[in-house]
Design a protein around this ligand. Structure first.
Ligand SMILES: CC(C)(COP(=O)(O)OP(=O)(O)OC[C@H]1O[C@@H](n2cnc3c(N)ncnc32)[C@H](O)[C@@H]1OP(=O)(O)O)[C@@H](O)C(=O)NCCC(=O)NCCS
Length: 169
């Protein structure tokens, strides 16, 4: 099973979210839209490098970026990075106007469904200690606090972990 041949049903959210919102993989021509919608505080040059890395990760089957969109444009994104024994969910963001309407939950649900489809045994997500609402969201979705993450020059954070059921397909 590979990230470059994911069936389309995986991108249909299983939780309540507006029918105006749809989900798909990042495309090369999303560079400016994703930068403006979700990461405007980053310089375009720095963002261009991360964006190229995201596309490379997808091409080499080591992960991908999911985006949420309406007809008006991109409204959120989240990334899955695949390791030999699991995967990490990162850079989850929903634009302020769409927060609290189930988009973040849907992104996490789709990334979890993909990790399960890829027969990965577990998923991890990091959250800064000063973001208790995001942590509460992850715990509500079955992630369990696992270990602290103390990196130099970074705010203290916590890694949460979710075991995925075996996928015998
Ligand atoms: C965290 C985030 C992705 C959640 O997306 P969302 O679409 O608002 O999430 P949902 O609507 O599915 O669920 C709402 C829950 O998200 C959590 N949440 C965290 N930050 C929130 C915010 N600023 N606004 C609304 N909900 C937030 C809460 O648990 C909330 O539930 P509550 O209303 O009962 O408190 C989004 O709020 C966001 O982009 N925040 C800024 C970036 C960020 O903190 N990313 C996470 C890094 S670990």
């Amino acid at each position: 099973m590979t990230t470059t041949s994911l069936p389309s049903y995986l991108f249909v959210p299983q939780t309540a979210v507006s029918p105006l919102v749809s989900f798909r993989l990042l495309q090369p021509n999303d560079l400016h839209a994703l930068h403006q919608a979700c990461f405007p505080e980053r310089s375009l040059n720095a963002f261009r490098r991360s964006f190229a890395q995201l596309l490379r990760r997808y091409e080499t089957e080591r992960g991908f970026c999911l985006v949420a969109q309406t007809q008006a444009g991109l409204i959120g994104s989240g990334q899955l990075t695949i390791y030999p024994n699991g995967a990490e969910l990162a850079n989850l963001i929903v634009v302020p106007a769409w927060r609290g309407q189930g988009v973040g939950t849907a992104i996490i649900g789709i990334l979890t469904a993909v990790a399960h489809h890829l027969q990965l045994p577990c998923l991890e997500i990091g959250v800064q200690n000063d973001n208790p609402r995001a942590q509460a969201l992850y715990e509500r979705l079955g992630f369990v606090p696992d270990r602290p993450l103390d990196l130099p020059n970074r705010p203290p954070a916590l890694i949460l972990r979710k075991q995925l059921p075996p996928n015998c397909n």
